[in-house]
Design a protein around this ligand. Sequence first.
Ligand SMILES: NC(=O)c1ccc[n+]([C@@H]2O[C@H](COP(=O)([O-])OP(=O)(O)OC[C@H]3O[C@@H](n4cnc5c(N)ncnc54)[C@H](OP(=O)(O)O)[C@@H]3O)[C@@H](O)[C@H]2O)c1
Length: 367
Amino acid sequence: MNTTDQLDRDHRFIARAVELAKRGLYTTKPNPRVGCVVVQGEEIVGEGWHERAGEPHAEIHALSVAGERAKGSEVFVSLEPCAHAGRTGPCAQALLDAGVSRVMAAMIDPNPQVAGRGIEMLRTEGIAAEISQQDCGAVELNAGFCKRMTSGRPLVRLKVAATMDGRTAANDGSSQWITGEAARAEVHQLRARSCAIVTGIGTVREDDPRLNARVDEDVVQPLRVVLDGNGQVDPSARLFSEPGDVLIVTSREDDEGYGFDARTEKLCLTGEDGRVDVAGVLDMLAERACNEVLVEAGAGVAGAFVSRGLVDEIWVYQSPDMLGSGGRGMFVMRGIRSIGDRVKFELKDVSRIGRDLRLIYSPSKEG
Ligand SMILES: NC(=O)c1ccc[n+]([C@@H]2O[C@H](COP(=O)([O-])OP(=O)(O)OC[C@H]3O[C@@H](n4cnc5c(N)ncnc54)[C@H](OP(=O)(O)O)[C@@H]3O)[C@@H](O)[C@H]2O)c1
């Protein structure tokens, strides 16, 4: 086989491993999504993916399907096999025990407990182990996990539904629904892949959202976080009637512990301005192993995250309607007086979702 054919073949199997990894999109949190393929010649003899934290890793599932045929096989995995015993045994050791001959991983595991040790462990035992040089979407699939491992902060997506004239609610505060059904269905997928959803007391008061992920697939529900400086949230809000945990973050020290019921925790995180410390909220969520955080709030909280440069992506669902200058804006941002003070973003992607547009922005690298 010449080099190009070899590269194509490797890419095909690695791409399959990444496809399998995507099956855990809504369920592996806080673990990364990982898929694995065991190959003999051109035949796939075993496949698997990591389904839930605490359950076997992708390699273990794939090896078990391959059985005796794992001996002498090539293994393609979307993330470097682990070398440490976490809640399950080290996968690099399981690959050695199964007698595989070659291992290709799509990327190094950024977890400092692994970070190249899995590949090293295999090589030390004489296995041809390497990292694929081709991009097959593995890093993007686990961008939140990678960010948390390397920076100690989760990946932050901010979603906002706005009219063509940039309004997020009408003058009376009503905003349901600005966008169409297709866009709203997609937001449930964004919620489903997130470890936490952050909103503000203004949104809870006006919209009374449930903030859970309503998708057809199996999903580990995200933690719902309400920034509520004065602890004003109404215990009868719909948020509390759905299964799943709720965290209320206040700026009043006398307000810690559990409120309403055992699923509703209260925490105080006060910033320098006396309001809830939004950067501190992200640090706290990273400590709770949150990889991807979705901010779904009104202009107050959305503006607080953007002003402090805490957002990795802004997802704008833009309807072709108008609410006029009496409607509410997208971001409350203080200190912007002239055009020179603008906060710059880059448009990364644009697509049509039903009658709406979806625009994905990331902070401009220009500064
Ligand atoms: N179109 C959309 O995508 C969308 C999404 C959500 C909401 N909305 C609309 O937005 C409107 C509500 O807007 P809103 O701005 O009041 O809602 P919000 O951003 O959800 O909540 C704002 C409140 O959050 C609290 N907060 C806590 N920490 C904060 C901080 N560091 N910075 C700023 N606020 C902080 C403040 O109350 P305390 O001072 O009491 O702490 C503040 O009044 C509603 O009409 C709703 O329909 C639209």
